[in-house]
Design a protein around this ligand. Structure first.
Ligand code: ADP
Length: 152
């Protein structure tokens, strides 16, 4: 039976750190569903549609399906510093309590991206900094457009 994993997140916007986790998890599982979530605790910069479109463009060539569908037996999350742990373990335990058939798997961040977050990227772009090292080109363009529109 194929193993289907789901990688959920806000991806506001997707960064090279996220893409690294998507690439590595897609080598481990038959299928990885990247689910773009609405986080009620966060006010997003990009709409869900914009975030999905940017992920689609930057995942070109990978077998990724963007759908919240049943059939996933694995939940993939990335772990950066200790600060991620508290929140992630709480999420994993809650998910396990609700859906024990789904296992949460943590991939340690690539050291190269360990400091990277969507928040830092949005902040840097807000001040007109070059973020081309941190995000795919389509996301860089989208951030510049948001800044020029005065929305960042
Ligand atoms: P959420 O709002 O669900 O935390 P994010 O888009 O910030 O959504 O992150 C989604 C997942 O990707 C989380 O598991 C997070 O820890 C992980 N992640 C974020 N940035 C990185 C990175 N630079 N390297 C590895 N994992 C990351």
């Amino acid at each position: 039976m194929p193993t289907i994993a789901m990688y959920p997140g806000s991806f506001d916007p997707v960064t090279n750190g996220h893409l690294d986790i998507i690439k590595r998890s897609s080598r481990m599982f038959d299928k990885v569903i990247v689910a773009v979530l609405v986080n009620s605790a966060k006010t997003p910069l990009f709409t869900v549609e914009e975030r999905v479109a940017m992920l689609r463009e930057s995942c070109n060539g990978l077998t990724v399906t963007f759908a919240k569908q049943k059939g996933a037996t694995v939940m993939v999350r990335g772990l950066r510093a200790v600060t991620d742990f508290e929140n992630e373990i709480q999420l994993a335990h809650t998910n396990f309590a609700m859906m024990p058939e789904i296992e949460t798997v943590f991939l340690a961040t690539a050291i190269k991206w360990s400091y990277l977050s969507s928040t830092i990227v949005r902040e840097a772009a807000h001040y007109g900094q070059d973020v081309s090292r941190f995000v795919p080109r389509n996301v860089e363009r989208a951030l510049i457009a948001k800044r020029e529109a005065g929305e960042l």
